[in-house]
Design a protein around this ligand. Structure first.
Ligand code: BGP
Length: 473
Protein backbone atom coordinates (compact mmCIF):
# COMPACT_ATOMS: atom_id res chain seq x y z
CA UNK A 1 0.00 0.00 0.00
CA UNK A 2 1.28 3.44 -0.90
CA UNK A 3 0.59 6.19 1.61
CA UNK A 4 0.13 9.84 0.65
CA UNK A 5 1.48 10.98 4.00
CA UNK A 6 3.65 9.06 6.39
CA UNK A 7 2.97 9.04 10.10
CA UNK A 8 5.95 10.30 12.10
CA UNK A 9 7.80 8.10 14.58
CA UNK A 10 6.02 8.35 17.96
CA UNK A 11 7.14 11.24 20.18
CA UNK A 12 8.65 9.03 22.88
CA UNK A 13 10.07 6.43 20.44
CA UNK A 14 12.87 4.41 22.03
CA UNK A 15 15.84 4.99 19.75
CA UNK A 16 18.26 2.38 20.95
CA UNK A 17 21.22 0.16 20.16
CA UNK A 18 22.03 -3.35 21.36
CA UNK A 19 24.82 -5.58 22.63
CA UNK A 20 25.09 -8.89 24.48
CA UNK A 21 27.27 -9.71 27.47
CA UNK A 22 29.48 -12.47 26.07
CA UNK A 23 30.16 -10.64 22.81
CA UNK A 24 30.94 -7.29 24.41
CA UNK A 25 32.05 -7.43 28.04
CA UNK A 26 35.19 -9.59 28.07
CA UNK A 27 36.44 -10.18 31.64
CA UNK A 28 35.20 -13.70 31.06
CA UNK A 29 36.57 -15.07 34.34
CA UNK A 30 36.93 -11.94 36.48
CA UNK A 31 35.35 -10.90 39.74
CA UNK A 32 33.82 -14.29 40.42
CA UNK A 33 32.14 -14.85 37.06
CA UNK A 34 31.56 -18.55 36.39
CA UNK A 35 31.98 -20.21 32.98
CA UNK A 36 29.05 -20.32 30.56
CA UNK A 37 28.41 -22.73 27.70
CA UNK A 38 29.81 -20.08 25.38
CA UNK A 39 33.08 -19.95 27.34
CA UNK A 40 33.37 -23.73 27.02
CA UNK A 41 32.27 -24.05 23.38
CA UNK A 42 34.88 -24.81 20.75
CA UNK A 43 35.51 -21.63 18.82
CA UNK A 44 35.87 -21.38 15.01
CA UNK A 45 39.54 -21.28 14.04
CA UNK A 46 41.01 -17.97 12.94
CA UNK A 47 38.50 -15.81 14.79
CA UNK A 48 38.67 -13.94 18.07
CA UNK A 49 37.24 -15.66 21.12
CA UNK A 50 35.16 -13.89 23.77
CA UNK A 51 37.73 -13.62 26.56
CA UNK A 52 38.43 -9.91 26.11
CA UNK A 53 35.86 -9.07 23.43
CA UNK A 54 35.47 -5.25 23.48
CA UNK A 55 36.55 -5.00 27.12
CA UNK A 56 33.32 -3.23 28.01
CA UNK A 57 33.51 -4.60 31.55
CA UNK A 58 36.42 -2.27 32.25
CA UNK A 59 35.31 0.57 29.97
CA UNK A 60 31.59 0.79 30.62
CA UNK A 61 31.74 4.45 31.77
CA UNK A 62 33.48 5.59 28.62
CA UNK A 63 31.08 3.46 26.55
CA UNK A 64 27.96 4.87 28.19
CA UNK A 65 29.27 8.42 27.70
CA UNK A 66 29.62 7.65 23.98
CA UNK A 67 26.12 6.17 23.82
CA UNK A 68 24.84 9.35 25.48
CA UNK A 69 26.68 11.45 22.91
CA UNK A 70 25.04 9.34 20.21
CA UNK A 71 21.75 10.47 21.73
CA UNK A 72 20.37 7.03 22.59
CA UNK A 73 17.06 6.97 24.42
CA UNK A 74 17.48 3.28 25.25
CA UNK A 75 20.27 0.72 25.42
CA UNK A 76 19.62 -2.99 25.18
CA UNK A 77 22.22 -5.20 26.84
CA UNK A 78 22.20 -8.64 28.39
CA UNK A 79 23.12 -9.68 31.89
CA UNK A 80 25.57 -12.57 32.07
CA UNK A 81 23.78 -15.19 34.15
CA UNK A 82 27.19 -16.47 35.33
CA UNK A 83 28.18 -13.09 36.78
CA UNK A 84 25.11 -13.26 39.03
CA UNK A 85 25.11 -17.02 39.69
CA UNK A 86 28.59 -18.39 38.82
CA UNK A 87 27.25 -21.92 39.36
CA UNK A 88 23.87 -21.30 37.78
CA UNK A 89 22.15 -21.41 41.15
CA UNK A 90 23.20 -21.26 44.83
CA UNK A 91 25.30 -18.30 45.97
CA UNK A 92 24.83 -14.88 44.39
CA UNK A 93 28.04 -13.18 43.26
CA UNK A 94 27.99 -9.70 44.82
CA UNK A 95 30.53 -8.37 42.33
CA UNK A 96 28.26 -9.29 39.46
CA UNK A 97 25.34 -7.42 41.01
CA UNK A 98 27.67 -4.47 41.61
CA UNK A 99 28.78 -4.31 37.97
CA UNK A 100 25.24 -4.18 36.60
CA UNK A 101 24.20 -1.71 39.29
CA UNK A 102 26.98 0.60 38.14
CA UNK A 103 26.08 0.12 34.48
CA UNK A 104 22.36 0.71 35.04
CA UNK A 105 23.02 3.78 37.21
CA UNK A 106 25.40 5.17 34.64
CA UNK A 107 22.78 4.73 31.90
CA UNK A 108 20.06 6.35 33.96
CA UNK A 109 22.26 9.28 34.92
CA UNK A 110 22.67 9.91 31.16
CA UNK A 111 18.93 9.64 30.53
CA UNK A 112 19.19 6.26 28.75
CA UNK A 113 16.48 3.67 29.40
CA UNK A 114 17.99 0.24 30.15
CA UNK A 115 16.39 -2.68 28.27
CA UNK A 116 17.68 -5.89 29.82
CA UNK A 117 17.94 -9.28 28.12
CA UNK A 118 17.98 -11.82 30.91
CA UNK A 119 19.59 -14.63 28.93
CA UNK A 120 21.43 -14.23 25.64
CA UNK A 121 22.82 -17.69 24.73
CA UNK A 122 25.19 -17.93 27.76
CA UNK A 123 23.73 -20.66 29.96
CA UNK A 124 25.88 -21.34 33.05
CA UNK A 125 28.14 -24.29 32.32
CA UNK A 126 27.41 -25.71 35.78
CA UNK A 127 23.78 -26.16 34.67
CA UNK A 128 24.85 -27.62 31.33
CA UNK A 129 26.83 -30.27 33.19
CA UNK A 130 23.59 -31.32 34.86
CA UNK A 131 21.78 -31.63 31.53
CA UNK A 132 21.20 -27.95 30.71
CA UNK A 133 17.75 -27.22 29.33
CA UNK A 134 17.02 -30.95 29.08
CA UNK A 135 16.84 -30.98 32.87
CA UNK A 136 13.68 -29.45 34.35
CA UNK A 137 15.76 -28.11 37.24
CA UNK A 138 17.13 -25.49 34.84
CA UNK A 139 13.63 -23.98 34.79
CA UNK A 140 13.87 -23.42 38.56
CA UNK A 141 17.38 -22.02 38.19
CA UNK A 142 16.11 -19.51 35.63
CA UNK A 143 13.22 -18.49 37.87
CA UNK A 144 15.61 -17.99 40.80
CA UNK A 145 17.88 -15.91 38.57
CA UNK A 146 14.88 -13.90 37.32
CA UNK A 147 13.77 -13.25 40.90
CA UNK A 148 17.24 -11.98 41.78
CA UNK A 149 17.33 -9.69 38.75
CA UNK A 150 13.87 -8.29 39.47
CA UNK A 151 14.65 -7.63 43.13
CA UNK A 152 18.13 -6.17 42.54
CA UNK A 153 17.45 -4.06 39.45
CA UNK A 154 13.66 -3.82 39.16
CA UNK A 155 13.55 -0.43 40.88
CA UNK A 156 15.30 1.03 37.81
CA UNK A 157 14.77 -1.40 34.91
CA UNK A 158 11.33 -1.13 33.30
CA UNK A 159 11.87 -3.25 30.19
CA UNK A 160 12.81 -6.92 30.42
CA UNK A 161 13.45 -9.42 27.63
CA UNK A 162 13.33 -13.07 28.67
CA UNK A 163 15.39 -15.18 26.25
CA UNK A 164 17.24 -13.91 23.21
CA UNK A 165 16.40 -15.82 20.04
CA UNK A 166 15.12 -19.01 21.60
CA UNK A 167 14.21 -20.11 18.07
CA UNK A 168 17.82 -19.69 16.93
CA UNK A 169 19.00 -21.77 19.89
CA UNK A 170 16.69 -24.57 18.80
CA UNK A 171 17.19 -24.33 15.02
CA UNK A 172 20.84 -23.27 14.77
CA UNK A 173 22.42 -24.15 18.10
CA UNK A 174 25.45 -25.63 16.34
CA UNK A 175 26.17 -22.24 14.70
CA UNK A 176 26.06 -20.53 18.08
CA UNK A 177 28.06 -23.29 19.73
CA UNK A 178 25.34 -24.33 22.16
CA UNK A 179 24.38 -27.64 20.52
CA UNK A 180 26.97 -30.38 20.71
CA UNK A 181 27.85 -31.17 17.05
CA UNK A 182 28.64 -34.76 18.04
CA UNK A 183 25.06 -35.56 18.96
CA UNK A 184 23.60 -37.52 16.06
CA UNK A 185 19.91 -36.65 16.12
CA UNK A 186 19.53 -33.75 18.48
CA UNK A 187 16.06 -32.56 17.41
CA UNK A 188 13.97 -34.62 19.82
CA UNK A 189 16.14 -33.39 22.68
CA UNK A 190 16.04 -29.79 21.42
CA UNK A 191 12.23 -29.68 21.32
CA UNK A 192 12.18 -30.96 24.88
CA UNK A 193 14.60 -28.19 25.82
CA UNK A 194 12.40 -25.76 23.94
CA UNK A 195 9.42 -26.81 26.04
CA UNK A 196 11.42 -26.21 29.22
CA UNK A 197 12.58 -22.80 28.02
CA UNK A 198 8.99 -21.86 27.20
CA UNK A 199 8.00 -22.83 30.74
CA UNK A 200 10.90 -20.86 32.20
CA UNK A 201 9.88 -17.84 30.16
CA UNK A 202 6.21 -18.12 31.20
CA UNK A 203 7.16 -18.35 34.87
CA UNK A 204 9.52 -15.38 34.58
CA UNK A 205 6.84 -13.24 32.89
CA UNK A 206 4.35 -14.08 35.62
CA UNK A 207 6.88 -13.39 38.36
CA UNK A 208 7.80 -10.06 36.80
CA UNK A 209 4.18 -8.95 36.85
CA UNK A 210 3.83 -10.01 40.48
CA UNK A 211 7.04 -8.41 41.70
CA UNK A 212 7.16 -5.34 39.44
CA UNK A 213 3.68 -4.17 38.49
CA UNK A 214 5.06 -1.20 36.58
CA UNK A 215 7.61 -3.14 34.56
CA UNK A 216 7.07 -4.66 31.11
CA UNK A 217 8.38 -7.99 29.89
CA UNK A 218 8.36 -9.84 26.59
CA UNK A 219 10.05 -12.56 24.53
CA UNK A 220 12.83 -11.69 22.04
CA UNK A 221 12.90 -14.26 19.21
CA UNK A 222 14.39 -13.76 15.76
CA UNK A 223 11.41 -13.32 13.46
CA UNK A 224 11.78 -13.23 9.69
CA UNK A 225 8.84 -13.70 7.42
CA UNK A 226 9.18 -16.75 5.17
CA UNK A 227 8.24 -16.27 1.48
CA UNK A 228 7.22 -19.02 -0.93
CA UNK A 229 9.62 -19.17 -3.91
CA UNK A 230 6.67 -19.12 -6.35
CA UNK A 231 2.84 -19.10 -6.19
CA UNK A 232 2.91 -22.88 -6.69
CA UNK A 233 0.64 -24.15 -3.90
CA UNK A 234 3.26 -26.65 -2.72
CA UNK A 235 5.75 -23.80 -2.28
CA UNK A 236 3.17 -21.80 -0.33
CA UNK A 237 2.61 -24.80 1.94
CA UNK A 238 6.36 -25.09 2.47
CA UNK A 239 6.47 -21.40 3.45
CA UNK A 240 3.59 -21.94 5.87
CA UNK A 241 5.45 -24.90 7.34
CA UNK A 242 8.60 -22.96 7.96
CA UNK A 243 6.76 -19.84 9.20
CA UNK A 244 5.12 -22.05 11.81
CA UNK A 245 8.28 -23.94 12.78
CA UNK A 246 10.59 -20.93 12.80
CA UNK A 247 8.37 -18.06 13.90
CA UNK A 248 4.88 -18.78 15.16
CA UNK A 249 5.74 -21.74 17.39
CA UNK A 250 7.58 -19.30 19.66
CA UNK A 251 5.22 -16.34 19.54
CA UNK A 252 1.97 -18.35 19.68
CA UNK A 253 3.23 -19.92 22.87
CA UNK A 254 4.46 -16.66 24.43
CA UNK A 255 1.25 -14.80 23.63
CA UNK A 256 -1.55 -17.40 23.47
CA UNK A 257 0.00 -20.07 25.67
CA UNK A 258 -0.54 -22.89 23.19
CA UNK A 259 1.48 -24.82 20.67
CA UNK A 260 1.09 -23.70 17.06
CA UNK A 261 -0.88 -26.48 15.35
CA UNK A 262 1.30 -26.83 12.22
CA UNK A 263 4.48 -26.81 14.30
CA UNK A 264 2.97 -29.43 16.59
CA UNK A 265 1.99 -31.69 13.68
CA UNK A 266 5.56 -31.31 12.35
CA UNK A 267 6.92 -32.44 15.72
CA UNK A 268 4.49 -35.38 15.72
CA UNK A 269 5.47 -36.37 12.19
CA UNK A 270 9.17 -36.28 13.01
CA UNK A 271 8.87 -37.81 16.46
CA UNK A 272 10.01 -34.63 18.20
CA UNK A 273 7.04 -33.91 20.48
CA UNK A 274 8.16 -32.99 23.99
CA UNK A 275 7.04 -34.72 27.13
CA UNK A 276 4.53 -32.41 28.79
CA UNK A 277 3.92 -32.78 32.51
CA UNK A 278 0.60 -32.19 34.21
CA UNK A 279 0.15 -28.49 34.87
CA UNK A 280 2.61 -27.35 32.19
CA UNK A 281 -0.05 -26.12 29.79
CA UNK A 282 -1.71 -24.11 32.57
CA UNK A 283 1.59 -22.42 33.35
CA UNK A 284 2.08 -21.64 29.68
CA UNK A 285 -1.45 -20.29 29.31
CA UNK A 286 -1.17 -18.24 32.50
CA UNK A 287 1.57 -15.88 31.36
CA UNK A 288 1.20 -12.84 29.16
CA UNK A 289 3.87 -10.65 27.60
CA UNK A 290 3.38 -6.87 27.57
CA UNK A 291 5.08 -6.49 24.20
CA UNK A 292 6.95 -8.49 21.58
CA UNK A 293 10.62 -7.78 20.99
CA UNK A 294 12.15 -9.31 17.90
CA UNK A 295 15.39 -9.36 15.92
CA UNK A 296 15.34 -9.07 12.14
CA UNK A 297 18.25 -9.28 9.68
CA UNK A 298 16.77 -10.81 6.53
CA UNK A 299 13.71 -12.53 5.08
CA UNK A 300 13.69 -16.20 4.13
CA UNK A 301 12.54 -17.89 0.95
CA UNK A 302 11.61 -21.56 0.66
CA UNK A 303 10.11 -23.99 -1.83
CA UNK A 304 8.60 -27.44 -1.55
CA UNK A 305 11.14 -30.00 -0.40
CA UNK A 306 12.22 -32.14 -3.31
CA UNK A 307 15.23 -33.92 -1.94
CA UNK A 308 16.26 -35.78 1.13
CA UNK A 309 17.70 -33.05 3.27
CA UNK A 310 17.78 -33.31 7.01
CA UNK A 311 20.06 -30.47 8.01
CA UNK A 312 18.50 -27.24 9.22
CA UNK A 313 21.66 -25.28 9.60
CA UNK A 314 24.85 -24.54 7.73
CA UNK A 315 26.89 -23.28 10.64
CA UNK A 316 25.52 -19.80 10.06
CA UNK A 317 22.45 -18.90 12.04
CA UNK A 318 20.93 -16.90 9.21
CA UNK A 319 21.33 -19.27 6.29
CA UNK A 320 18.61 -21.87 5.90
CA UNK A 321 18.95 -25.23 4.17
CA UNK A 322 15.79 -27.27 4.56
CA UNK A 323 14.24 -30.43 5.84
CA UNK A 324 12.93 -33.39 3.94
CA UNK A 325 9.18 -33.24 3.27
CA UNK A 326 8.86 -29.90 5.07
CA UNK A 327 10.60 -27.10 3.14
CA UNK A 328 13.70 -26.40 1.09
CA UNK A 329 15.55 -23.10 1.59
CA UNK A 330 16.45 -21.16 -1.55
CA UNK A 331 17.82 -17.79 -2.54
CA UNK A 332 15.62 -14.91 -3.55
CA UNK A 333 16.54 -13.44 -6.95
CA UNK A 334 15.10 -10.06 -5.99
CA UNK A 335 17.47 -9.49 -3.09
CA UNK A 336 21.11 -8.51 -2.76
CA UNK A 337 23.39 -10.04 -0.14
CA UNK A 338 25.91 -8.69 2.36
CA UNK A 339 29.63 -9.48 2.25
CA UNK A 340 28.76 -12.39 4.52
CA UNK A 341 26.07 -13.81 2.25
CA UNK A 342 23.03 -12.67 4.23
CA UNK A 343 20.17 -11.45 2.05
CA UNK A 344 19.14 -7.81 2.52
CA UNK A 345 15.40 -7.15 2.51
CA UNK A 346 14.10 -3.89 4.00
CA UNK A 347 10.61 -4.41 2.54
CA UNK A 348 10.58 -7.84 4.17
CA UNK A 349 11.08 -5.96 7.44
CA UNK A 350 7.79 -4.08 6.90
CA UNK A 351 6.10 -7.33 5.93
CA UNK A 352 7.42 -8.99 9.10
CA UNK A 353 6.32 -6.07 11.30
CA UNK A 354 2.82 -6.12 9.79
CA UNK A 355 2.54 -9.88 10.07
CA UNK A 356 3.55 -9.99 13.75
CA UNK A 357 1.26 -7.11 14.66
CA UNK A 358 -1.68 -8.60 12.76
CA UNK A 359 -1.29 -11.91 14.56
CA UNK A 360 -0.73 -10.68 18.10
CA UNK A 361 -1.84 -7.03 18.46
CA UNK A 362 0.84 -6.26 20.98
CA UNK A 363 3.25 -3.31 20.93
CA UNK A 364 6.48 -4.20 19.12
CA UNK A 365 10.12 -3.27 19.59
CA UNK A 366 12.95 -4.23 17.26
CA UNK A 367 15.89 -5.37 19.38
CA UNK A 368 18.34 -6.27 16.59
CA UNK A 369 18.78 -5.27 12.96
CA UNK A 370 22.03 -4.37 11.29
CA UNK A 371 24.79 -4.98 8.80
CA UNK A 372 27.94 -7.00 9.48
CA UNK A 373 30.82 -5.73 7.34
CA UNK A 374 34.61 -5.48 7.15
CA UNK A 375 35.04 -1.80 8.11
CA UNK A 376 38.23 -0.03 7.12
CA UNK A 377 39.97 2.27 9.56
CA UNK A 378 41.37 5.09 7.43
CA UNK A 379 44.00 7.70 8.25
CA UNK A 380 42.87 10.23 10.82
CA UNK A 381 40.55 7.74 12.56
CA UNK A 382 37.88 7.79 9.88
CA UNK A 383 35.49 4.93 9.05
CA UNK A 384 33.30 5.59 6.04
CA UNK A 385 30.60 2.99 6.57
CA UNK A 386 28.11 4.34 4.05
CA UNK A 387 26.90 0.78 3.37
CA UNK A 388 25.74 0.53 7.01
CA UNK A 389 23.97 3.89 6.84
CA UNK A 390 22.25 2.75 3.65
CA UNK A 391 21.14 -0.55 5.24
CA UNK A 392 19.82 1.06 8.42
CA UNK A 393 18.14 4.01 6.69
CA UNK A 394 16.29 1.67 4.34
CA UNK A 395 15.13 -0.48 7.24
CA UNK A 396 14.02 2.54 9.25
CA UNK A 397 12.11 3.83 6.23
CA UNK A 398 10.18 0.54 6.29
CA UNK A 399 9.57 0.94 10.03
CA UNK A 400 7.93 4.27 9.33
CA UNK A 401 5.81 2.71 6.59
CA UNK A 402 4.80 -0.05 9.01
CA UNK A 403 3.88 2.58 11.62
CA UNK A 404 1.77 4.27 8.95
CA UNK A 405 0.20 0.87 8.21
CA UNK A 406 -0.95 0.86 11.82
CA UNK A 407 1.76 -1.18 13.52
CA UNK A 408 2.36 -0.12 17.11
CA UNK A 409 6.15 0.10 17.13
CA UNK A 410 7.65 1.74 20.21
CA UNK A 411 11.37 1.28 19.67
CA UNK A 412 14.21 0.34 17.37
CA UNK A 413 17.47 -0.94 18.79
CA UNK A 414 19.89 -1.99 16.05
CA UNK A 415 22.84 -4.32 16.32
CA UNK A 416 25.21 -3.18 17.54
CA UNK A 417 25.85 -0.11 19.68
CA UNK A 418 29.64 -0.56 19.59
CA UNK A 419 31.72 -3.15 17.71
CA UNK A 420 31.76 -6.55 19.37
CA UNK A 421 32.75 -10.11 18.56
CA UNK A 422 30.34 -11.81 16.14
CA UNK A 423 28.75 -15.06 17.27
CA UNK A 424 30.97 -17.19 15.06
CA UNK A 425 32.72 -14.83 12.64
CA UNK A 426 35.09 -12.83 14.82
CA UNK A 427 35.60 -9.13 15.55
CA UNK A 428 36.22 -8.17 11.95
CA UNK A 429 32.60 -8.77 11.11
CA UNK A 430 31.62 -5.40 12.54
CA UNK A 431 28.19 -3.97 13.25
CA UNK A 432 28.72 -0.98 15.56
CA UNK A 433 28.29 2.78 15.29
CA UNK A 434 31.57 2.94 17.19
CA UNK A 435 34.71 1.12 16.09
CA UNK A 436 36.80 -0.85 18.56
CA UNK A 437 40.46 -0.78 17.62
CA UNK A 438 41.50 -4.43 17.78
CA UNK A 439 41.96 -7.33 15.40
CA UNK A 440 41.15 -10.99 15.75
CA UNK A 441 44.24 -11.72 17.83
CA UNK A 442 45.98 -8.36 18.29
CA UNK A 443 44.17 -6.42 21.00
CA UNK A 444 45.95 -3.16 20.09
CA UNK A 445 44.61 -0.35 22.28
CA UNK A 446 40.89 -1.23 22.07
CA UNK A 447 40.15 2.46 21.69
CA UNK A 448 36.75 3.64 20.57
CA UNK A 449 36.39 5.54 17.29
CA UNK A 450 33.15 7.06 16.01
CA UNK A 451 32.18 5.85 12.55
CA UNK A 452 30.35 7.89 9.92
CA UNK A 453 27.19 5.98 10.88
CA UNK A 454 27.53 7.40 14.41
CA UNK A 455 26.93 10.92 13.15
CA UNK A 456 24.16 9.72 10.85
CA UNK A 457 22.29 7.94 13.67
CA UNK A 458 22.85 10.88 16.01
CA UNK A 459 21.02 13.09 13.52
CA UNK A 460 18.26 10.51 13.01
CA UNK A 461 17.62 10.48 16.75
CA UNK A 462 17.85 14.26 17.04
CA UNK A 463 15.23 14.68 14.32
CA UNK A 464 13.10 11.78 15.65
CA UNK A 465 13.50 9.95 12.35
CA UNK A 466 12.56 12.88 10.13
CA UNK A 467 15.92 12.83 8.29
CA UNK A 468 16.65 9.18 7.55
CA UNK A 469 18.60 9.76 4.38
CA UNK A 470 20.54 12.83 5.40
CA UNK A 471 24.24 12.14 4.98
CA UNK A 472 26.28 13.13 7.96
CA UNK A 473 29.91 14.14 8.54
C1 BGP B 1 21.81 -12.68 16.36
C2 BGP B 1 22.32 -12.76 17.79
C3 BGP B 1 23.39 -11.76 18.13
C4 BGP B 1 24.38 -11.50 17.01
C5 BGP B 1 23.66 -11.32 15.68
C6 BGP B 1 24.60 -11.15 14.50
O1 BGP B 1 21.32 -13.93 15.97
O2 BGP B 1 21.26 -12.54 18.69
O3 BGP B 1 24.00 -12.17 19.31
O4 BGP B 1 25.37 -12.43 17.01
O5 BGP B 1 22.78 -12.38 15.41
O6 BGP B 1 25.09 -12.41 14.12
P1 BGP B 1 26.61 -12.69 13.80
O7 BGP B 1 27.35 -12.30 15.01
O8 BGP B 1 26.71 -14.14 13.50
O9 BGP B 1 26.94 -11.86 12.62
Amino acid sequence: MNHKTLKPFPKDFLWGASTSAYQFEGAWNEDGKGPSVIDKASHPEGTADFKVASDHYHRYKEDVALLAELGLKAYRFSIAWTRIYPNGTGEVNKKGIEFYNHLINELISHGIEPIVTMYHFDLPYALEEKGGWSNRETIDAFVLYAKTLFSEFGDRVKYWLTINEQNTLILHGSAIGTTDPNIQNPRKMLYQQNHHMLLAQAKAMKLCHEMLPNAKIGPAPNISYVYPATPKPEDVLAAQNFNSIRNWLYLDMAVFGRYNSVAWSYMEEKGYTPHIEEGDMDILAGANPDFIAFNYYNSITVKASEQEEEAHSTGDQHIVIGESGVFQGCSNQYLTTTEFGWEVDPVGFRITLREIYDRYHLPLIVTENGLGAYDKLEDGDVINDDYRIDYLAKHLEQCQLAITDGVELFGYSPWSAIDLVSTHQGINKRYGFIYVNRDEFDLKDLRRIKKKSFYWYQNVIKTNGAQLFQTAK
